[in-house]
Design a protein around this ligand. Structure first.
Ligand code: SF4
Length: 211
């Protein structure tokens, strides 16, 4: 098996697409800033919980101008059920201040600029690029790491290396939805503890399939 075989990656994409189709971002947002905030909150927190919390968060601080003026302790009270809330509230306010000072209150559209913002790493930046702006971005999360390794398509747990392999194998316009597809497959079928290989459309391609 060739790990970087583009045809094989495309086959995996096409089979997952046939099952799940075009998937939108599960984090509820109306603007790029709101997606940025929701992504920040989603670290070690389920999307459903983030979506419940952001109703009040965005009511009180809907944009960078409002968030830049917020008291981080007040923000922390609103997001406290998301975990790591002290760090997240500090980063939210610091990031909004950077947006106001350096980007006229808008969210930048490049990896280099996004990853200079407080609390934004490469995965979050890829989520924002792909989902807020329709630009190429392949976010690598724990599901992507697990599923691509089980499939034998990569042999590394380093997100940047996995991202680079996918970027070389799949057309840029597919990156964002392909990430959604793999994440969804990881959540619904290729579970961390007990993968449902009998229900998996990729089982004949997968060296890790269970009987
Ligand atoms: S066959 Fe099993 S281990 Fe392989 S991708 Fe499918 S669910 Fe995961």
């Amino acid at each position: 098996m060739k790990k970087k075989d583009p045809g094989r990656w495309r086959e995996i994409h096409d089979r997952l697409f046939a099952v799940y189709g075009e998937l939108g971002c599960p984090l509820v947002h109306r603007t790029p800033f709101q997606l940025l905030a929701a992504v920040m909150l989603s670290a070690q927190c389920r999307d459903e919980r983030v979506n419940a919390v952001t109703v009040e968060l965005f009511r009180r601080w809907p944009d960078p101008a409002a968030m830049a003026e917020a008291d981080p302790d007040e923000v922390a009270k609103v997001i406290q059920c998301c975990g790591l809330f002290h760090n997240k509230s500090r980063n939210l306010v610091a990031c909004a201040r950077q947006l106001m000072q350096d980007h006229n209150g808008t969210v930048p559209q490049t990896m280099a600029e996004l990853t200079r913002l407080a609390g934004i790493g490469r995965k979050s930046a890829n989520v924002i690029l792909g989902n807020a702006f329709g630009l190429p971005g392949f976010p690598v999360d724990t599901h992507v790491i697990r599923v691509t390794n089980r499939l034998g398509m990569v042999a590394t747990r380093e997100p940047e290396k996995i991202e680079a392999v996918v970027n070389a194998a799949i057309p840029p316009e597919l990156w964002c939805n392909f990430s959604h597809l793999v994440i969804t497959h990881g959540r619904r079928v290729c579970h961390a503890r007990k993968p449902a290989c009998g229900d998996c459309v990729l089982r004949d391609l997968c060296p890790a399939r269970e009987a």
